[in-house]
Design a protein around this ligand. Structure first.
Ligand code: C2E
Ligand code: SIN
Ligand code: SIN
Ligand code: FE
Ligand code: FE
Length: 370
């Protein structure tokens, strides 16, 4: 039986909350530590993990770095920044700035995090006191900043390794010609849209949403093992061919298990999420999917999300066996199968986000299929 990967705080959250508690015992007004991740392909910052006294003012949120000049400047200069009186930002129209001010935060210290590829994200410290971030406090925070940056970067490494290994395998198998990188970029973003939208009802954290975004593109890794004469067939599949096609699910589980073992990633905290996405992305909400015929909440939520994101992009994309459908027609198809093939909540979430969907499509336009 499937098990969910959404239970409880992650190890990263626990660590950051523990360090925050240690700091707060000395500095009571240091009420918030938060991390946002940067994604260069779309110039997007997404909230990731936070520790906050009380409600966090900012969750399940994303912004274009280009629209936050103050953070852009920190990224460019690579210099941390202190704002000792956040009310200087009160003229700013940015939603996140207003949320931060509205929740009583009065000063901030922001540090950019870099890895080999450039900007990785930002670490934010906030206080309810003006002029809190004195040189003495900054000195003290320095070691926490280094620790937090280290664990955040360390945690991202296995997922990157896994994705790099899969990309290499895909390019050998030439499978990338059938299902392009752009498909994966788009479906990952649809999955993130859906996850954010239903997060409240399912207790999904920012970190869960972000990891689903990173792992969902691996759902079809098992297609590597399907022969090209089937994968690239221009016509409809015969019954026998479709049976072979369906084996991409058990093959995918095998490949993921093997890779996790090979790279010593068995302890990867979100390994279960990855396995669930691979194993259950063809299960239908009504129980008529494959390979197990699970239904409803027996299907892990990450797989129900991935199902809708994957099919919507398959429908609106050109495939060797089909033309691209319009968004309207594809959305109609989702709605007709709402509660049948698809989790109704996931269908509603995507259909309510059509302008975000179009933005994603413009950013990651169709590859040429030769
Ligand atoms: P895929 O192309 O990534 O499609 C993923 C899923 O999107 C499909 O899972 C199906 O649920 C949905 N889908 C894609 N295209 C259509 C469509 O035109 N109409 C409808 N109603 N749904 C669509 P499914 O059916 O389990 O197929 C799994 C994989 O098998 C597909 O992945 C594709 O690689 C292959 N496949 C399926 N049907 C055909 C076919 O007629 N010809 C060829 N050459 N391959 C096929
Ligand atoms: C945060 O403070 O966690 C979000 C980053 C931002 O856009 O200011
Ligand atoms: C900003 O720089 O606009 C966000 C304020 C902060 O959390 O540092
Ligand atoms: Fe699949
Ligand atoms: Fe797919």
């Amino acid at each position: 039986m499937s098990s969910s990967s959404t239970k409880g705080p992650s190890l990263l959250e626990k660590r950051i909350c523990a360090w925050h508690a240690a700091l707060q015992s000395e500095y009571h007004s240091l009420c918030r530590i938060a991390i946002a991740l940067y994604e260069p392909d779309s110039d997007t910052l997404s909230t990731y993990v936070y520790s906050n006294a009380g409600e966090s003012p900012l969750t399940l949120y994303e912004a274009k770095l280009a629209n936050v000049p103050s953070l852009q400047q920190i990224a460019e200069t690579r210099e941390p920044r202190v704002i000792n009186d956040l009310s200087v930002l009160s003229h700013s129209p940015a939603q996140h700035t207003q949320s931060i001010l509205g929740s009583g935060l009065r000063s901030s210290h922001t540090v950019p995090i870099f890895d080999d590829n450039g900007l990785f994200g930002f670490l934010f410290y906030n206080s309810t006191e003006q002029e809190f971030f004195s040189p003495a406090v900054l000195l003290k925070l320095r070691i926490y900043t280094d620790l937090i940056s280290l664990v955040v970067l360390e945690e991202a490494r296995p997922i990157r390794t896994l994705r790099a290994a899969v990309n290499t395998a895909r390019s050998f198998a030439q499978h990338r010609d059938a299902e392009t990188g752009k498909h994966l970029e788009r479906m990952a973003r649809y999955a993130r849209l859906i996850a954010r939208s239903i997060a409240g009802r399912h207790g999904l954290t920012d970190q869960y949403v972000e990891l689903l975004f990173q792992l969902a593109p691996l759902h079809d890794v098992g297609k590597i093992a399907v022969p090209d004469r089937i994968l690239l067939k221009t016509g409809r599949l015969t019954g026998d061919e479709f049976s072979i096609m369906k084996s991409h699910v058990p093959k995918g589980i095998e490949i993921v298990s093997m890779l996790m073992e090979e790279f010593s990633l068995e302890k990867l905290e979100y390994g279960q999420m990855l396995k669930n996405v691979v194993a259950y992305h063809h299960e239908n909400f009504d129980g008529a999917g494959y390979p197990h015929g699970l239904s409803g909440s027996d299907i892990p939520i990450e797989a129900r999300i991935t199902r809708v994101a994957d099919v919507f992009d398959a429908l609106t994309s050109e495939r060797p066996y089909k033309e691209a459908w319009t968004n309207d027609k594809a959305m109609q198809e989702l709605k007709e199968n709402r509660g049948g093939m698809f989790d109704p909540e996931c269908v509603d979430a995507l259909s309510e986000s059509i302008s975000a969907v179009e933005e994603i499509q413009q950013m990651f336009t169709q590859d040429f299929l030769g």
